[in-house]
Design a protein around this ligand. Sequence first.
Ligand code: FAD
Ligand code: DHB
Length: 389
Amino acid sequence: MRTQVVIIGGGPSGLLLGQLLHKQGIEAVVLERKTREYVLGRIRAGVLETGLVHLMEEAGVANRLHKEGYVHDGTQIAFGGEMFHLDFMALTGTPVIVYGQTEVTRDLYDAREAAGARTEFEVDHVVIHDADSDKPHVTYEQNGQTKRIDCDFIAGCDGFHGVSRNTIPLNVRREYEKTYPFGWLGVLSETPPVHDELIYANSERGFALCSMRNENLSRYYIQCALSDHAEDWTDKAFWSELKHRIPDEIADKLVTGASIEKSIAPLRSFVTEPMRWGRLFLCGDAAHIVPPTGAKGLNTAASDVHYLYHGLVQHYHDKDSDGIDRYSEKALLRVWKAERFSWWFSGLLHRYPDMSEFDLKMQAADIAFLRDNEAQQRAFAENYVGLPY
Ligand code: FAD
Ligand code: DHB
């Protein structure tokens, strides 16, 4: 068979791109390795920039987000037993929206189904052929059969462990990576959030984050050792550790309960360049990873989708290839800024195993500067709510 764009990966990047293209009359097939239920079972990001919200609106899938999402005008930073507020609205005029990645993905799958757009689940051995020619195609296996789709373009939206990035030859591709000597242990619980804003905490015992999904669903994270296993952390041990890492007045209000999900994610900064090779375009985690501290993973995936979507529309509707020719350059400019912010914010809040007394003093001074200096607060808020596309 033939289509215009093959999208490899049915995560948020692939689905959002597919829905935006569909609205413009551009046909795309999504190939997803797992089942829909599996994809929707992954608990990941929770904070959306307004740029992503606007893309969801343009894709015609923002109704539930506007009804059920929570508008957050600011956030809290805790350090040394105290807490201060950063007011996004006063500093930038822009809020963020709390709405889970699971819900974003569910809304996109529902819209895709309603539109009758084609998604192939449980595909194996996806191989990209001739991406550096005018006639690329993709092969895959499904139910024991090998299938082929010819296309104009391929969008590699298959996450960090996908096949798309590795299709780009090593002599073309350059990778930049930083790993961190700790992970995040995350817990989801059917309990009311401890505060009406997110709390990012730097404590002597390590980082903690109090987040939420709705009035009876909370998401908490604590910095943990990379050698830890989620199943070895009892709920009791988790809640006790979290309480030690947040200010007393907040810990006293924390409502604990059984965890309904518990997992550990390693932290990594990673970028591959370029994000385009011939007719293959990388989008989202396939091209870059940020440590989750600034909530930039999903949002940076969305900005890639924005640039690629506009480039493809320009190609098909205006017969102008400038947008796709400059895709990699434009996307990477914003990617590196998100990498910088996520790296900086991670450094501000985590305890590294090898920190010297001097390093600790620098971290404390950096936090005090953020608390006391409006220009620094504005720079923080501009990055957190999302730099312009
Ligand atoms: P993905 O969501 O990874 O989607 C890729 C899709 O491609 C998947 O559905 C996968 O099954 C499919 N796929 C992979 N290989 C193939 C193949 N060969 N063929 C076909 N399909 C394939 N970001 C935040 O901002 N905050 C967070 O708290 C946060 N927590 C995270 C926790 C974890 C464990 C991880 C892994 C990421 C987290 N992120 C977080 C990052 C955020 O979730 C990602 O940036 C976002 O999911 C990127 O979307 P994507 O569509 O590019 O990639
Ligand atoms: C969440 C995750 C993040 O990485 C973050 O910075 C804020 C919120 C969350 O899962 O709610």
